[in-house]
Design a protein around this ligand. Structure first.
Ligand code: ZN
Ligand code: ZN
Length: 317
């Protein structure tokens, strides 16, 4: 940002100087002025001057020290980086002193390391995530199938299949978690509770009068979950996806003890867990919706203030 402003400033300065130039004397008679520090030849007669690009006019001149500073700034520590004139885009001709071959080799090695390291680091991260996923998959298989059965299955399976199947366990759990079926059910209940009398009987809290819905629309009330790009929401999806197998095992052991197969018990436990959690979530969302739509802001009177104090005290807010 700052850099762009600086370039723009330089362009302005240069074009204004060039205009003066057009209406005035020829180039060679001009007093040299450095486009970096704006000092002229008269200000400091003993410095080195250079015309590093194909810009014309007085501003083709710049101090050697000033252009060096400019180049340093552009290169950002990469001393062999290319730098061009911000105005005419001519690449500056930078001549380095001759160095020994050891320096050349070290330079090349340095550049190589600089380029390769990001890829190595990325590979390490991806590899760690992959192996964590494999481990998680294996633990989940043993948890769901039972330790012995799980081990047997994994020992008999083709290792290459395992290397793909095991890490897909957490991936599938996360993808499954991203399906927000509760929202669909909630929408359905909100739309249809009025129309179907039996639903109105069972679920009175989903029956909201017409004006309540209108209030919601008018106030733009939206109590949907935050989008997945929200970091809190993303970590929540991750955690609840990874916890699901454990929760399923616990629920299975609690409520489906009579089922003999480990897998069957855990599946039933999982379905029960998802259903109960979903129902609670839908209920909570609907209650939040009701709380928002039925909210009122009161006149400020002593009585009302006392009323609010009492209400807050009783709900502990
Ligand atoms: Zn200068
Ligand atoms: Zn130039």
């Amino acid at each position: 940002m700052e850099e762009n402003e600086r370039v723009a400033q330089i362009s302005r300065e240069r074009s204004s100087l060039r205009n003066e130039n057009n209406s005035g004397r020829p180039d060679d008679e001009e007093v040299r002025q450095c486009w970096v520090c704006f000092a002229t030849e008269e200000d400091d007669p003993n410095t080195d001057w250079v015309q590093p690009c194909s810009c014309r006019g007085t501003t083709k001149w710049v101090h050697q020290t000033c252009i060096q500073r400019w180049v340093d700034e552009k290169q950002k520590g990469n001393s062999t980086g290319k730098v061009s004139c911000p105005q005419c885009n001519t690449e500056y001709l930078i001549l380095f002193p001759k160095m020994g071959s050891l320096v050349m080799i070290l330079d090349a090695a340095n550049n190589l390391i600089y380029r390769v390291c990001p890829f190595v680091a990325a590979a390490v991260v991806v590899g760690s995530v992959y192996w964590s996923a494999v481990t998680f998959g294996a633990v989940t298989v043993m948890q769901v199938m039972g330790f012995k059965e799980g081990m047997d299955i994994m020992e008999q399976a083709d290792p290459f299949v395992l290397l793909i199947a095991l890490p897909s366990v957490p991936v599938l759990l996360i993808l499954g978690k991203m399906v927000r079926w509760e929202d669909g059910v909630l929408q359905f209940l909100r739309r249809n509770t009025k129309k179907i009398p039996i639903l109105r009987q069972i679920l009175p809290s989903f029956y909201s009068p017409e004006e309540e819905n209108e209030t919601a629309v008018a106030r733009g009330i939206n109590i949907d979950q935050p989008p997945l790009s929200d970091p809190v929401s993303a970590t929540r999806v991750l955690c609840s996806a990874l916890v699901l197998p454990t929760a399923a095992t616990i629920m299975g052991n609690l409520f489906f003890e009579s089922v003999n197969s480990n897998l069957g018990r855990t599946l039933l436990g999982g379905i029960a867990f998802i259903a109960i959690k979903g129902a609670l979530k839908i209920y909570h969302k609907q209650q939040l919706f009701t709380r928002l739509t039925q909210r009122h802001i009161l006149d400020y009177t002593e009585d009302n203030a006392a009323l609010i104090r009492i209400a807050r005290g009783s709900t502990g807010q």
